[in-house]
Design a protein around this ligand. Structure first.
Ligand code: NAI
Ligand code: MG
Length: 510
């Protein structure tokens, strides 16, 4: 929808026309207009109903339960998806266990690598369709799905394909000894980077010789199911990857399954702690990638315009649904007024609206629940006395949207300075000395990422050494690469994903 006038864009108008001609979709007692893929009928094939992917086949859920996944930009359903119950998770784990024992664990690394290369190539071939589905199901701007999520997903498979036959070189001091795989891995992923998180999880697990049961998030299951189609096309042996859709209950069945050797989880700190308790004493391996509240630190000697771009990218990228988002801005006092004036101007330039429009900068908030959380925390900022700055952009009438927002005059005790908002809301604080910046940056229980902006190389090194964060960016932000390990300190979780370090989570070294 055109944000200024409320008129439909040509693509949205076409989508509406097509929708009127489509059959209606029924589930859960409700009857909905079937929402087709806007501007995408040529590129996107969405089934009206998706089954579970178990043992290389799409199978109906034994639970007989299904749920709708909606497009958060239109609030209309896209497809009906299976909700895996305990028996379904059990079948998936059994399939993974069989595939591990009979096939995957016996293949040479070079053979495993060939499958991973094939998957990577197929992701590239289907990049356009995957990007559109990702944007429709989750609300992120198409330019991000197209330029970040999908190419990086392919890159993770390419990168790990290269490791599959070189694992004996991955761990120094162990030359010539091939690390052993763990067995069946249960992987639970969030809704902010659905396809990319599937790739982060699957690629290293498979490269190391494990088999997998993957559970996508309930609001964004579609690209994982599209990936299942790709896995079939790549002729990955049945059962090597199984995909069970569902919500927290499905995830809990997977966590508690006795035949699962390892759990890899990305999501909220709250659920991460639940999972940690659930696997305690079970002998299961565990990696957790949880929340964050990163400090993005700007010194007076930084290139200010560049820093403003980095701040914008740090917090408004993917609507701020980013665990490593630069959600706390620490700015050196002397430049605070100038920088905030520039930031206020800059957020007015951001286009908020139809995620399928390639000029959109900020798309839809992923769910009603998340929108409510963002609104509630934003209100707390106002109530606690911080000063609200919000883009005046009009928001589409339908769908879940929130304008780019920042708060100045924030105290460290404010909720907006302490809690993960996971939305396009930035808390700005000031500092006078590097010590004060470090003290403020490190004073939370989170420790996932941080940023430093300065033109002094020595200052970058001095700061990064003292920041308790798994990833520290210097004069940039939110840059990702499969060769680089990613993960947190403290309540942001443990274990690393990506790079050579990420392999360790999927092998037995003893
Ligand atoms: P969540 O942690 O509930 O969801 C993440 C995944 O865990 C989903 O696949 C979900 O189905 C699954 N899950 C939920 N309960 C489970 C359980 N008991 N056992 C096993 N799996 C379970 O996150 P939610 O509720 O969607 O978002 C709430 C907040 O969490 C957000 O506002 C944000 O602050 C944070 N979050 C952080 C993420 C990150 O990347 N660090 C990703 C998603 C959310
Ligand atoms: Mg959805």
């Amino acid at each position: 929808m055109s944000k200024a006038t409320g008129e439909l864009s040509p693509a949205a108008a076409a989508a509406r026309r097509i929708a009127a001609e489509r059959p209606r979709l029924e589930f859960g007692g409700a009857v909905w207009d079937y929402a087709p893929a806007p501007e995408a009928t040529d590129h996107v094939r969405l089934a009206r109903r998706y089954d579970l992917f178990v043992g290389g086949e799409f199978v109906a859920p034994r639970s007989k339960r299904r749920f709708a996944t909606i497009n958060p930009a239109t609030e209309e359903p896209l497809a009906e998806v299976a909700e895996a119950g305990a028996a379904d998770v059990d079948a998936a784990v059994e399939a993974a266990e069989r595939a591990y024992r009979r096939h995957w664990s016996r293949l040479s690394g070079a053979e495993r690598g060939k499958y991973l290369y094939r998957i990577a190539r197929l992701i590239q071939e289907k990049a356009r369709e995957l990007a559109i589905v990702e944007t429709m199901d989750g609300g992120k701007p198409i330019k991000e799905a197209r330029d970040v999520d999908v190419p990086l997903a392919a890159a993770h498979f390419f990168y790990h394909a290269g490791w599959a036959d070189k694992l004996e070189y991955a761990f120094p001091g162990r030359a010539g000894r091939t690390p052993r795989p763990l067995g069946v891995c249960g992987q639970i992923i969030p809704w902010n980077f659905p396809l990319l998180m599937a790739a982060w999880k699957l690629a290293p697990a498979l490269a190391c010789g494990n088999t997998v049961v993957l559970k996508p998030a309930e609001t964004t299951p579609l690209t994982a199911l599209k990936l299942a189609e790709i896995l079939r096309e790549a002729e990955l042996p049945p059962g090597v990857v199984n995909i069970v859709t569902g919500a927290g209950e499905t995830g809990a069945h997977l966590v508690n399954h006795p035949k699962v050797a390892k759990i890899a989880f990305t999501g909220s700190t709250e659920v991460g702690k639940l999972i940690q308790r659930a696997v305690a004493g079970s002998g299961k391996r565990l990696t957790l990638e949880l929340g964050g509240k990163a400090a993005n630190i700007v010194f007076a000697d930084a290139a200010i315009d560049q820093a403003v771009e980095g701040i914008v990218n740090g917090i408004y990228f993917n609507q701020g649904h980013v665990c490593c988002a630069g959600s706390r801005l620490l700015v050196e006092e002397g430049i605070a007024d100038e920088l905030l004036a520039k930031l206020a101007w800059r957020i007015e330039q951001l286009r908020v609206g139809d995620p399928l429009d390639k000029n959109t900068d900020v798309g839809a908030i992923n769910s009603k629940q998340q929108l409510d959380k963002i609104r509630e925390l934003t209100q707390s900022g106002v109530d606690e006395g911080a000063t609200l700055h919000q883009s005046s952009c009009p928001l589409p009438a339908k769908g879940y949207f929130f304008p780019p927002t920042f708060f100045s005059g924030v105290a460290q005790s404010h909720r907006i300075a302490r809690e993960e908002i996971f939305g396009p809301v930035l808390a700005v604080m000031t500092f006078r000395t590097p010590d004060e910046a470090i003290e403020k940056a490190n004073n939370l229980a989170y420790g996932l990422s941080a940023g430093v902006w300065t033109d002094k190389g020595a200052k970058i090194f001095a700061m990064t050494r003292r920041l308790r964060a798994g990833v520290v960016w210097a004069n940039t932000f939110n840059k990702f690469d499969p060769t680089s390990p990613f993960g947190g300190y403290k309540e942001s979780g443990f274990g690393r994903e990506g790079g050579v370090h990420g392999l360790e989570a999927y092998v037995e070294l003893g």
